[in-house]
Design a protein around this ligand. Sequence first.
Ligand SMILES: [Cu+2]
Length: 171
Amino acid sequence: MLAMSACAGGDDGDDVQMQGPGLGEEMKDVSCPAGVPVSGIGLETPSQTKTITARVLDATPKTAARFDNSWTVQFLDAQGAPLNDVTINNACAWMYVHQHGGPPMAVTQLSDPSTFELKALNLFMRGPWSIELAVSSPSKGGTPTQMTACDRNGKALGMDKIALSICVQDE
Ligand SMILES: [Cu+2]
């Protein structure tokens, strides 16, 4: 008999940043809908306005696994050229079927200014997750109206938003 995981019981540790109405309840791992990728590497997803694309250059582990996953993400313009003026206003690993999640441990711009490391996205349950990025790019413009699910009070609004789908596969 497999032990089902509690989303944020005390035993999983480092869940201080976790938030959402499901916390404290016993929730079960779920299977992902068809088509949700199990590896972030190579994923490309356009922003809501389609002016910015996020491309996942690397992921550790390569296949998404429970708990810590670190991703290297590059931003591209609509023509596929690296976009060097992007700011990540907020990042969030969100398990939308349970309405819970939390931010990565750190977001770091790399020496190539179009790339960022999202360190330790905590995908703490099996199932479908959305890596939400509220972003701004002065060259693309817009108004700061976009928030991630982790930023319920809208304290770190972006001018655009990108949501990358990833599955922590059921076993
Ligand atoms: Cu969950």
